[in-house]
Design a protein around this ligand. Structure first.
Ligand code: C2E
Ligand code: CA
Ligand code: CA
Ligand code: CA
Length: 275
């Protein structure tokens, strides 16, 4: 089976297994929307004591495969093109939920993760504009999280798209900042409003003075450019105090709230552990 056209690559049993799993996953994922297997969990983001937004995180409960984490199926969705349907579904749910909260007198900004292929699609800005209109959602209540990976490929084009989104009034943030091939000069070219620094940086800061200086350097430059800095994956009060002292103004993490269903996110939401 592994011979023939595949002989060029070392087709190990592990790889065969991986390929098999991915094929199986992609078959099941194909039906996930119609079978109602996707849902969204919302994780709170705090500035001081104040809830300033939530991040929408997709969840897949497959009847066949059980709970599959997004880190496993988003890649498959990107490779197969299913990401367009899934991404639109997530955007739709998130906008509807944000509009419902707003109509109930609880405006909260919802941040939606955007995959590189979605962002690169020529209709992307139109898709966003249409979602805002259909749900009568003020643009200021929508934020889009872009990974650095997507902007590396065509920086000029990314800058144009982000400018169009900002003109709509939508906020754009750079996710997993510092994790990829990012360079700080990106920040000067891309009109984003916030940076999200990965949980690994938070852990490094706890472990070494060098790790602390890295966060401090990032927040210093971000602030000089007028950007907010969000620290992700903050699990302890000590981590929170540390990253706040290094200049991160927004905190997201299990300390203040796990991703949860919209029904469980009772607004106004107060953090589980009072600061
Ligand atoms: P991300 O955008 O960096 O999201 C943050 C991840 O960290 C989430 O994992 C969240 O549950 C987790 N997290 C939050 N606080 C803590 C903490 O205190 N400790 C630890 N250990 N983890 C924490 P999740 O939900 O499994 O999502 C993983 C990744 O999948 C996301 O990383 C994002 O890249 C992707 N993803 C999730 N939903 C979507 C989506 O709707 N569209 C796209 N394109 N990607 C998505
Ligand atoms: Ca994110
Ligand atoms: Ca992130
Ligand atoms: Ca991440």
């Amino acid at each position: 089976k592994a011979s023939g056209k595949n002989t060029y690559h070392a087709f190990t049993p592990e790889l065969a297994h991986t390929v098999h799993v991915r094929e199986h996953m992609s078959r099941e994922l194909h039906f996930a929307i119609d079978r109602n297997e996707l849902s969204i969990a919302y994780q709170p983001q705090f500035q001081g004591q104040q809830l300033i937004g939530v991040e929408a995180l997709v969840r897949w409960h497959s009847a066949v495969l059980g709970d599959v984490p997004p880190n496993q199926f988003i890649g498959v969705a990107e490779d197969t093109g299913l990401i367009f349907a899934i991404g639109e579904w997530v955007l739709e749910q998130a906008c509807r939920q944000a509009a419902n909260w707003n109509a109930a007198g609880q405006p909260v900004r919802v941040a939606v993760n955007i995959s590189p292929r979605q962002f690169a699609h020529q209709n992307f800005v139109a898709l966003i504009a249409s979602a805002l209109t259909r749900h009568r959602l003020p643009a200021s209540l929508l934020e889009l999280e872009l990974t650095e990976r997507l902007v590396v490929e065509d920086l000029q084009r990314a800058a144009v798209t982000i400018t169009h989104l900002q003109q709509l009034g939508v906020r754009v943030s750079l996710d997993d900042f510092g994790g990829g091939q990012s360079s700080l000069s990106f920040l000067m070219l891309l009109p984003v409003s916030a940076l999200k620094i990965d949980r690994n940086f938070v852990i490094n800061a706890e472990q070494s003075a060098a790790g602390q200086r890295v966060i401090q350097a990032i927040t210093t430059i971000a602030h000089a450019l007028g950007l907010r800095v969000v620290a992700e994956g903050v699990e302890t009060a000590a981590q929170r105090a540390l990253v706040e002292s290094l200049g991160c103004e927004v905190i997201q993490g299990y300390l203040l709230g796990r991703p949860m269903s919209a029904a469980d996110l009772q607004l106004p939401f107060s953090p589980r552990i009072p600061p």
